[in-house]
Write a protein that binds this ligand. Sequence first.
Ligand code: 6LW
Length: 544
Amino acid sequence: MTRINLSHNHAFQNPILPGFNPDPSIVRVGSDYFCVTSSFEYTPGAPIYHSTDLVRWRLIGHALTRPSQLVIKTVEPGGGVWATTIRHHDGVFYITTCCFDRYRPQLDDRVFPRGFYVRTSNIWDSSSWSDPIYFDLPGFDQDLFWDDDGTVYLSVTRRKVDRCSNSKLKDLAIHVSTIDLESGSSTSPALLIRESPTGISEGSHHFKRGNYYYLFTAEGGTEAEHCEWVMRSSTGPFGPYEVGPRNPLLRNTTMDEIQSTGHCDLLEDNQGRWWAVCLGVRPVQTKAGFKPSVFGRESFLMPVTWEDDWPVLNGNRPVALEFEDKDLYRLELPSKWLDKFDNNEMQLGWYRKNTPIKCDYVLDTKLSCLKLYGGPYDLSSRATPTLFLRKQTHRPVLWSTQLSFQPTSHRYEAGTVVWWNHDTYCSIGIRSTRNAQHLPYIRVRMPDGTTTEVPLTSTDADVELFIDCQLCSYRLGFRELVSSIQAEDEKDESTTWVAEVSTETMTREPRLGAPFTGMMLGLYAFGDMEKCLTPAVFKYASFT
Ligand code: 6LW
């Protein structure tokens, strides 16, 4: 990670939201800033971060926390909740989004979701967000804009209305209509306001500054060609629009440390300075070239200045790279994190894949542990496994946990996992033999489905499980805690490293879906098509 100093007299580290956090949207209320990002197939959905300086951000909750708002059952990887937008109007916060079930191989507009908003006047209380109020316009990347006269405009990305037969295959374009806010219903026809020469215009945000209405759009798709455009209108959100003189406004290349930048949102801070956030990826630079980022798409901050009432992002330079003062660059040490499971509730930042159908865990605050009662689905299932995940935000970093698990059936397994999606993951856990003794052993499962088994010497000792997250690989290992006085400095000698998998293997594109998310580390238990009747007791989880 780099430390940079900007002309705004503000030193900060990018990414501001490390780990998978794409499609950032920000809003200011007084001297508080709030940022939301996409959560896809993971719940709770729509994470909300808070900051008072735009630089240090803290996760404060989620807008989508209960089944009456959202149920995610078996979406494909990268489906689920896309591109949240946060806005604040008359004391009320609004978050717009939509939930995709399937969208590959072709984004079929007949299955585009309708999108919705949820609202609250108390952003600090996640349970206070309303149930969804649905829009009429199918599409994604919903944005709300209030004009001075109170009219509310909804813009969405959808296929171009009335496409002619020779139009571009993608033709994802921005459409806008007025809505009745209370019902979410359209009150005007949908007007096409922006289509892109690239065939993809998405992630729109409307602003008013002075006499101009600005329309920001992400163009070229979220991969290597990703960039940001701006248009303005002196008439209103329906246009007509004048295209900015310096588009694309933002375009990092495949040679830059940060790549695929775009999908910006803007705000004016409490001192009258403007800032933009965008998504981008930071691949690993090796002698052999760039290797894919394990973090997926993260959120970055940059200053915005204005020339002739047109915005200039980051002084027209690539995000986080070509700043004058190179001396200020430095690598950030991995941040440490520990959960001892001594709270009544799971710490913020744990995610489930999909919406859990029923409660399958207990937090035992007396013994300070998390007990997982594994459900019937293993980690390869599209359905909801008993799996708690955290985003990987740093590298290199060691993920570890301590597990007590005495399986009474060879079908039961519990352990820890490095997780890209249900197609691509690598796990290390405890299973037991088929015979009557149920002797426990370590089982490592590689992304291609092959397994390695290592017997354990003790039938009831706790086991520490490790995933060593290196720059270009993940190593999976364990050690048996046969003696309670085992010293911390013996850790290295007593750890058995069973397997190693490259980050390239771990980031491969799923058979269906897209790699929109990022790497996560998790704790799991399952019974393999039946309930696991033995609890898997996790004593801690940590990044060190
Ligand atoms: C997001 C859209 C996109 O909604 O990716 O490729 C979607 N484009 O702007 C998910 O992040």
